[in-house]
Design a protein around this ligand. Sequence first.
Ligand SMILES: [Zn+2]
Length: 495
Amino acid sequence: MFDVFVAGVWHESNTFSPLPADLQRFRDYQWLEEQAMFAALAGTNTEIGGMYGAAAECGFRLHPGLYAAAIPSGPVTREAFEGIAQSIVAALRTLPRCDAVLLALHGAMVVEGFPDGDGELLRRVREVAGERPIVATFDLHANLSDQAFGFADVLVGYDTLPHIDMGMRGREAALILRRILASGHRPQKAMQRLPLITVPQMQASAEEPMRSIMHEVHRREQSLELWCCSVVPGFAYADVAHLGVSVLAYGAGDAAQRCADEMARIIWQRRQQFLPELVDVDAAVQLATRSYDGRAPVVIAEPADNVGGGSPGDITFVLEAVLRIWPQVEDGSAIIMLWDPQALQRVRAVGKGRRFCGEVGGFASEFSGKPVWIDGIVEFLDHVTYARSGPYMTGQKVPMGDVAIINCRGLRVVLTSERVMPFDADHWTVLGLKPEQAKLLCVKGAKAWRAGFGAIAAQEIYVDTLGPTPSNVSRLPYRLIRRPLYPLDADARFD
Ligand SMILES: [Zn+2]
């Protein structure tokens, strides 16, 4: 038996987002101390769920510290980070027996004062762990620094977007740790960072160019010398010096270095295939009205207000265009969700079944557009929490806060008091909505929504709007990134 400490902190920090992640944001989303971690996550499709699932066959006795996660947003406050990091480090330090450490990280956490929050946490854990092995998982949307890479013995990244392999990666991390503990050997490691930014819209692992890139990775992982390799397409929405696509590889002899070099070259050759196609907002709504086939909904995806990438979810450009254009063509059933706690207070004052007239959205930042006037019947008003049933983090509990549906002549405006990542169909069906019967679904996301309801979409249109997570990265006011970086700099080179 091996005694293994398990803990985690999961945050994707968007430095262009106006919403900091303070301690309350972590407490509101996922805050699991000690045995609560097992109760909440065992059997779920999460990294820690996967670690628990593999513990018996690995011969691990898992000792849980703290797992804290907050919905992607602006950077983590120093106070929140210190609270979480000190709790994790103290739990590790006071463990009477500990052979190794398993961590579930994100890889794109920015903290006030620490542009590389994951690296800082790993540094502190390494300080206590000493020579004992540390293996950690991380999200596909990671910007991995030399520091994070250096302090962890092995880092295991998600292979999928939409993300559906969190449990498998947690399991893989446990099996790799078992291999280190049983053999007494750590793998050689190699990292390549490319001068390249890619956006979530173009990172779907079942589509090109990622499909053939992942095929190349998995082919190489068949070799016994290579323990594992992660292609990391990066998180474009962090203005940090270590922003960019990277490849991490671990193996015996020179297998890791060879794999990292070859994969970096393959990705660089395909860099133009990562450039997104986008449609102007009015043209997108007109295209949606024209292309509805009478059966399956059209999806207008708005990468620039991707809640799962740290955007607020209150941006109104699409709502405004749908109200102006869609009803003139057809009084059809469309659904759009907006984060707006203030508007919800006004809806509550009106009450369910009554008529609500008022402004919604457009408040969080200069990117958000103007508040938009809506007029409709309050069809639904309640406090909602649900458990995810789709393939994204299956079993995880999600707080939506207060939720109202305002039916504006067939356009259902869903208002929530918590920001909600649209990564499953449950966040609609739990409200009684039937997304498959809608004509138009407006989604605040890039690609991850497809895990929940990609199968019901007849067509998807990607709209070019302002926001903290645009697919068009030239819209972002970067200051701290290292240039040149493709596609901002067409002349960027990689040898
Ligand atoms: Zn991600």
